[in-house]
Design a protein around this ligand. Sequence first.
Ligand code: ATP
Ligand code: MG
Length: 887
Amino acid sequence: MEVIITHINADFDALASMVAAHKLYPEAKLVFPGSQEKSLRDFFVRSTFYILEADRAKDIALERVTKLIIVDTRQRSRIGRFADIVDKPGLEIHIYDHHPASTEDVKGTLEAIEARGATITILLRQLREKGIPLTPDEATIMMLGVYEDTGSLTFSSTTAEEFYAAAYLLAQGASLNIISDMITRELTAEQVFLLNDLISAAERYDIRGVKVAVTTGSSDRYIGDVAIVVHKLKEMENLNCVFALISMEDRIYLIARSRVAEVNVAEVALEFGGGGHPTAASATIRDLTMVEAKEKLLGVLHEVVRPRLLARDIMIHPVKAIQQADTLGAVHKILSRYFTITVLPVLAGEELVGLISRPIVERAMLHGLGDLTVKEYMIADFAVVQADASLREVQGYIVGENQRFLPVVEQGKLIGGITRTDLLRALHDALIPSPLATSTTRKKAVAKLIDERLSAPIVSLLRGLGQVGEELGQPVYAVGGFVRDLILRRENCDIDVVVEGDGINFARVFGARNGCRVKVHKRMKTATLLLANGYKIDVATARMEYYERPAALPTVELSSIKMDLFRRDFTINTLAIELGPGAFGQLLDFFGGQRDLKEGVIRALHNLSFVEDPSRIFRAIRFEQRFGFYIGKHTQGLMKNAIAMGFFERLSGARLFSELELILREKNPLPILERMAEFGLLTVFHPRLVYDTQTKALLARVYEVINWFDLLFLEESYSKWMVYLLGLADCLQLKGLEELAQRLSLPPRYRKRLIEGSREGQKILQRARRKRMSAKEIYTLFKPLPIEALLYIMAKTEEKGVKKAISFFFTQLNTMKVSLRGKDLQGLGIKPGPLYREILDTLLLARLEGAIKTKADEVLYVRAHYIERKPCLSPQGGEDTVPHRCK
Ligand code: ATP
Ligand code: MG
């Protein structure tokens, strides 16, 4: 007996060499060396052995082996139990190997041992010399051997022979698609991260019964060879058909693999300007956002996925059948019981021999032929189809040849039947697109996070909202920044909810039940709930009819909440949480918001986003800096375009102002302003605004001054943003300030605070610089300035003395209070009137000077100066008169 063996845990080169050896030694038995089925790759190896009808090593009677052909090894320790016989005298051993020599090598009677990149190269040359042809499958397996052992022809052990071998194998029909799917390489760390993302983002869609997985991933840096990652994904998740959209740098790569006939991935890739094969294809997408690309993909899939129906899929089974020896009378009885049956198959034992139809049976009964057997009246000339016949073939018989009933057979046995109705139904289903592709998005529950992060009253508030929605039959969702911040674990007390139905009515019902005020904005179809405990909930309406179907959201699964979320600014703001009691805490993520939050990237939903609303540009920068995220490359490109096209001119002053205010209200607006300057955006407010080193330094000091001031806990309310605005506008003269106020359509009170704050502030700063001031002077100089302007000049000056004076003003002087009140003055017998103000001011000055310290001092002072007509002590303590004050 001749036996071909290879090493244990055969790799592709071993497998290929065995296939080749078998062609050289057709009489020899192939022996499966044993391997664990760990992966698809091992499965492939194993199934190849199965197809080759390899024997198992343990089934071989070793004593009967006369010739042993060993390929891709010659080490005793690697050939299992065959090592026992390699020293047997008289045993012929042929060795084909490319490994270097070792101490435990088997000695062969014939040895073809060469230092080649792969053993298959050695064997292939012999096959070619002998003119033995290869099938494409054999060529593919051999090519796998060449590729794997030479690292796809890159290892230094690769010889020119491998290149020749590869060229030859390709010419024989080796499939590079299979090869690229099979050759596994180690993944880099980045690839592993990406793989992880692709796995967790994978969604399974059912498109007319065909299961398709769609997944998305992204990386700010370019990752090489993402196809291998997608291949791994397919393998690990056992997907028949997968589409991966991977955004890297400013592009999105579509990589598609399919092993089902219903999905030709090349057709899909073509729609994106790419191409490939029905089983493996790709495209590079340059001009779409991820959300757009995914929606487009779903749309295309809807068009191109056509279920390939087979006879097996549409037949009825089991079918009622009768024996040819049955009488027509008996058959008539069956037909009257099953009145929908018009044709019955006729069997002889198990063999299908004919068909009999209802009209024939009925006519025979009419003529009193009930005792005759079916055999005499059945139709013996009819067509059958195999279970895997195509719909087209079935149609050919039923429509083309007018056969009402088509039996379906498998291995000669009747397994089902197809009627005209079955065919019609199948054709109908294939033609009419199904309305929805249903995805089984992995839903995430965040109920636990809600309980952990939010206070009990808020949680019960959220549940209460869901409850009312449930009763009204209108789903309610928490949306927007609230959800984003929940996931980011950041505080946010602004609750935004969206009601699929009528938000205003919802708010009224909720308000009535919970005793809270409701403010309605009819035009916007929104309402605000003002709760007793001070909370505020904004309620918006999501109703299909309010939305025109956006061009960028062309496809499937349209619900009003999805439409509502699609209209939002960035993916990170598109998350929603269901509040209804049945699904409380389910997170809805239609647009990859979770991933972008995790990655820390701001992405627009579609290309026209910034054209539609240029203020989103400011929002993008604000969120980027607030969260320490970055704006995705593609999104940056969209922003730059919108800026270059001057869309800001369309923004109203009020809108610009509210965006600027939001920016300046952030905890630290400096990096935002810097980034705005990078995008050339400061000039949108005023052409002369710059973020040069001087402004930067000034604003950095404003930041410090504000922090210092806030730590004093003075309970003085002021507008931080105004201090920054004064700092930012420091470079502007009066005219510039007026223009800025104009562009921002500042309300008069802010306009005044900006312009006067800046002008007066600078004037007062000049004065403060001139001399050392007494407490009284400091007080009278700074008191008229609003806090914002004072903080602004404090940041502006670099003179320690002035800074100290302002600090002194805030900490000592401004907080100083007169103890006497109006009623005290009345008690002292002074008539109420403008004099009160004057007295209190004078008292304060006297306190500032240190002349008086206590309430008793104040009383004495008032008595001395305003009641008793006699010389009084001046605050300095010298003898003086204050004629205009004393009566
Ligand atoms: P913040 O924490 O600054 O309040 P936010 O995301 O809550 O951030 P809001 O201005 O309160 O922002 O708006 C609430 C939600 O409304 C946002 O999360 C976003 O989904 C949506 N939104 C706000 N402004 C826009 C816009 N210009 N375009 C589209 N959607 C917007
Ligand atoms: Mg908000």
